[in-house]
Design a protein around this ligand. Sequence first.
Ligand code: HXC
Length: 267
Amino acid sequence: MILAEGMLKQGALKGKNILVTGGGTGLGRSMGEYFLELGANVVITSRKLDVLQETSKEMMAEKGGEVIPLACDVREIDQVEAMWKDATERLGQIHVVLNNAAGNFISPTERLSTNAFNTVLDIVLKGTSQVTLTAGKDWIAKKQSGTFLNIVTTYAWTGSGYVVPSAAAKAGVLAMTRSLAVEWAKYGIRSNAIAPGPFPTEGAWSRLLPGDLVKKFDPAKKVPVGRVGEHQELANLAAYLVSDYSSYVNGEVMTIDGGEWLKGAGE
Ligand code: HXC
């Protein structure tokens, strides 16, 4: 039985302002929607303002509350700082940053151009560190506490062929998560990560895989529980990790993949 319904009680995130990078579509949107349902105000960012505006309208119509769409390419520090300024001027303190924006190419590594390799490193590692540093410096200067939640992947520690820049960058994000959990806890700043397995998102697999492969691709095949994840299952975990219920969880990475990454260890 799948209990893919909201786990936390209504109002569990009331009074929290939450920034979700890459929040216009896919898993970022689903997590943001659940935060909104639990009473948070949500800022969603990506490069595409038109998509964000449409998403924020739909989210507010469905769940109520306040959703602020802000265009921001996380690779550009000027845009990150402007976005942060805008968000804090409009909402006051941002309590949670969900670093979800990512980019990936599935490709033999030797076929990637240097620019392609760097593009993934820039979005994932540089982008996440720029948002983190901007938020963290501001929280510390204002003596505010805060929570980071970073989306990584299990191949950040197992390694994986054909996604080498993504694996390298996500490993960096995981190291940053754990390191800041140690260094910034004294300021009341927690850092945690989630490593999701296969969750269907509109267009992601078809964008990442060539056409003939995507038709044959069965993401559930390698998953011991025999299925892909439901967005609400991920949203429940994310909501827990950004809520005060997880106040003693710091520096942790929680895998939610139906046991997929352990499959390599044999049945
Ligand atoms: C190889 C590619 C490529 C591809 C572009 N490039 N697409 N190389 N395979 N499929 C090259 C380009 O030729 C160029 O190099 C360089 O990469 C930069 O390309 P741009 O199009 O200019 O980049 P940009 O507009 O900045 O977009 C980058 C982007 C991003 C990664 C495509 O826009 C994006 O869409 N990100 C979100 C979508 C996404 O990837 N999500 C996946 C996350 S999920 P040259 O040398 O020609 O200049 C995930 C889970 C993993 O990672 C699941 C594993 C199964």
